[in-house]
Design a protein around this ligand. Structure first.
Ligand code: GDP
Length: 361
């Protein structure tokens, strides 16, 4: 990532855009995430992708390796993509807070044979309400009768290599989905015909089974972020962290801990933090920041390793006293050199906002 000093003397940097996967049950959200992780692992040497708590970071050079000719790393200065590991729009909806988005962009997964289903409509409603830019992954293209699979190939090329019959069957299903998006007031088209991804939704045919279309999907996500989200991704890396609680968990040796996604600034081992709880803001001190220990290094039953600091955007497990009452979807804020009342008021305002949006549903 590129670092430079701003006029105010703050170290600013471009963070990784956060990507969420939404869609109807069984349409392939989990498989798609697995396929993206799998492609990334086989692309680079071990360590190329980083498994954080609740999320997976895929760096730009790995994306460009998977995407081949589609992505020239010199065209990008965003450091890669961070995928939230828990798919589904219910988590997306409850985890979306006011001050910061849980996700900057989303993948709406639609089974190409099934088209829009009730939870697809629900997901679209949430994406509309939160103004989250998204792409549609038209999944399971390998199930079209007669499909000739070629592992990991860009789907535009994979489709051109199929028989006329297969192409026309697939197209019929794809245009059905484009029509359903249009019924939802979105102008959509096959991604290779979309010029402006801000006003048009790109539909990317994929197979989470064969990996076909993964290069195209990553290219579109990267392009979309680079073009339209660069300004939002500029953060003060050294500033006090802001994040969202994904889950409240019990961690052996630490008691109640929170799994959070940090989307701004840095959280350090000795920081004071304010976390949203059932009964209001919780003020506490970080006892440990934990990340999953790489599988190769597990010798004892220590599943996690301590880290000194975590810079946005990343997932992290935070151990601190008094977290039993913390809430999924609530904000996490590092206090650092700000007046504590100010940070508490910020968290309180966000909590009220979450309550309101939950009641609306
Ligand atoms: P989720 O509920 O949306 O997370 O869906 P899953 O990822 O669990 O997938 C549901 C089922 O569809 C599983 O049996 C997957 O193996 C299967 N599946 C998912 N994607 C594909 C695909 O692209 N092609 C084929 N043939 N099967 C798929």
């Amino acid at each position: 990532s590129e670092h430079h000093q701003t006029e105010q003397g703050e170290a600013s940097s471009l963070r990784t855009p956060i990507v969420a996967v939404l869609g109807h049950v069984d349409h392939g959200k989990t498989s798609l995430l697995d396929q993206i992780r799998g492609s990334a692992v086989s692309e680079g040497e071990a360590g190329a992708i980083t498994q954080h708590i609740g999320s997976t970071a895929v760096p730009l050079d790995v994306i460009s390796g998977i995407a081949g000719d589609l992505v020239d790393p010199d065209d990008f200065d965003l450091p890669g993509l961070l995928f939230i590991d828990t798919p589904g729009h219910h988590s997306f909806s409850t985890l979306r807070s006011r001050g910061g988005a849980l996700a900057d962009i989303a993948i709406l997964v639609v089974d190409v044979n099934d088209g829009f289903q009730p939870q697809t409509h629900e997901a679209v409603d949430i994406l509309k309400r939160t103004s989250t830019p998204f792409v549609v992954a038209a999944n399971k293209i390998d199930t079209v009768p007669g499909w000739n699979p070629e592992e990991g190939r860009p789907s535009k090329l994979a489709i051109e290599a199929q028989s006329d019959r297969v192409q026309s069957d697939l197209n019929e299903n794809l245009y059905e989905i484009i029509g359903q998006l249009s019924d939802e007031d979105f102008s959509a088209d096959m991604y290779w015909r979309v010029q402006n991804f801000q006003s048009n939704i790109g539909v990317v045919p994929v197979s989470a089974e064969t990996g076909e279309g993964i290069p195209d999907l990553l290219t579109v996500l990267m392009g979309l972020s680079q073009r339209y989200m660069k300004e939002e991704m500029a953060i003060d890396v050294d500033g006090p962290a802001a994040g969202t609680v994904l889950e409240v968990t019990d961690t052996q040796g630490f008691g109640a801990t929170i799994d959070a996604v940090i989307y701004d600034g840095t959280i350090r081992e000795d920081d004071q933090i304010v976390v949203g709880g059932q009964a209001g803001p919780i003020v506490t001190d970080v006892r440990a920041l934990l990340q999953p220990r790489p599988l190769s290094e597990i010798r004892s039953d220590d599943e996690f390793e301590k880290v000194d600091e975590v810079v946005a955007a990343q997932g992290v497990k935070v151990a601190a006293p008094d977290l039993d009452d913390a809430m999924a979807g609530a904000p996490v804020r590092v206090v650092r050199d700000r007046p504590i009342e100010e940070v508490v008021a910020e968290v309180k305002a966000e909590l009220e906002d979450i309550q309101v949006s939950t009641e609306e549903e």
